[in-house]
Write a protein that binds this ligand. Structure first.
Ligand SMILES: C[S@@+](CC[C@H](N)C(=O)[O-])C[C@H]1O[C@@H](n2cnc3c(N)ncnc32)[C@H](O)[C@@H]1O
Length: 354
């Protein structure tokens, strides 16, 4: 790493991964979140008590659609610098941390931990070769790509409104020269609220999957109705997203925290909230995935971001943007680590068509 660039950034109070300044900042933020989790320990208030409902409104607030995906429309080189090389998954990787054994496997690479997450989801979502799958918010297409490689007879439709991510999907999964995928991937570049039966084949999917998407969804009821229409009889749907163990009132709406700077319109639902949604779909099972898996993923992303800082700054990032990304990694990390990952992690939910 060039000392010149680091010095320039330090002169603007921007410090790199592993620096004493950032470690201090993360410690302070972790202490803050530890206190908040303690303050709300065992609070099982329904979101309605705090003026938020997962049964009302647009699937995701329409007025802020464009802003809500701004975070996924930064320059491609930035994501390429820190995400795992091949699949570019932009969600928690699975390092094997559980509530009984919160230590992550130090020897596991980010690349292998993302594959282990994919495998865990395949198992819990009961995905099989020959299935027709609808992936909601498919990002850079990592999970879809993994399925296409693993299962020769699987077909996929991905929904994603992001211009930057869909440009990558067109190059990797839709490229007609990608013989291996043999036109088995179909892309719908739209927001969920704009989806009609002309975009997806209602009643045709064996599985509807989302990974790291329901944090952006306001009306789970309305989304589940759409999913129910999309599924064929006997079809199942699986969702992986960030949840808090207890109800943390200010997390129910991103606008009440710093998170709105990065994910306007977002929500962190309590672990029990999605289980209340049993009308359009039948709830089958859920699992809590310890937050240390996400802490370790973010730590690895943050490290890789700084290993590429000479490539990124100043060509692709302004000073302010370097500072923003730095704060983003620290803020997210410090939410996952309190209570050894037991208070804040990911929920896995499986439902079937009613
Ligand atoms: C955290 S990323 C996860 C991407 C991918 N599933 C992965 O694991 O890498 C969230 C994804 O949800 C998509 N998304 C967010 N809000 C959406 C909306 N209202 N309609 C459709 N997709 C949305 C974003 O474009 C992005 O691709």
């Amino acid at each position: 790493m060039s000392n010149d660039i680091i010095q320039q950034l330090n002169n603007h109070n921007i410090y790199g991964y592993g620096s004493a300044e950032l470690i201090k900042f993360e410690t302070q933020m972790t202490t803050y979140f530890s206190r908040e989790f303690k303050r709300w320990r065992n609070n099982k208030d329904l979101p309605e008590v705090h003026g938020v409902s997962s049964f009302e409104g647009d699937i995701a607030k329409k007025e802020t659609h464009a802003e809500s995906i701004e975070h996924y429309n930064k320059k491609f080189n930035i994501y390429q610098a820190f995400l795992d090389k091949k699949y570019m998954a932009y969600t928690m990787a699975y390092y094997g941390a559980t509530d009984d054994e919160p230590n992550t496997n130090e020897a596991k690479s980010l690349e292998n931990a993302q594959i282990d997450k994919f495998e865990l989801i395949i198992k819990r979502a009961q995905i099989e070769d020959g299935h027709s799958i609808l992936e909601l918010g498919c990002g850079f297409g990592g999970f879809s790509r993994y399925l296409l490689e693993k299962f020769p007879n699987i077909t996929l439709t991905g929904i994603n409104p992001s211009v930057v991510q869909t440009a990558h999907l067109r190059e990797t999964l839709l490229d007609k020269n990608q013989q291996t995928h043999n036109n088995r991937f179909n892309l719908v570049q739209k927001f969920f609220d704009d989806i009609t039966k002309d975009d997806i084949d209602f009643g045709s999917y064996d599985r509807v999957i989302s990974i790291g998407v329901l944090e952006a969804v306001t009306n789970l009821d309305k989304l589940f109705k759409l999913i129910s229409l999309a599924l064929k009889s006997g079809g199942k749907t699986f969702h992986h997203f960030i949840v808090s163990t207890d109800t943390i009132p200010q997390f129910l709406s991103a606008e009440d925290t710093l998170m709105a700077d990065y994910f306007p319109g977002g929500h962190i639902w309590p672990y029990d909230e999605p289980k209340r949604h049993n009308t359009h779909l039948k709830f089958i099972d859920s699992w809590f995935v310890n937050g240390m898996n996400y802490w370790r993923t973010l730590d690895e992303w943050h490290k890789r971001f700084w290993e590429s800082i000479e490539i990124l700054y100043p060509e692709y990032l302004t000073l302010e943007e370097v500072d923003d990304w730095n704060k983003y990694f620290i803020l997210c990390k410090s939410m996952f680590s309190p209570d050894k990952g037991k208070s804040y992690g990911n929920g896995h939910y499986l439902y079937e068509k009613n």
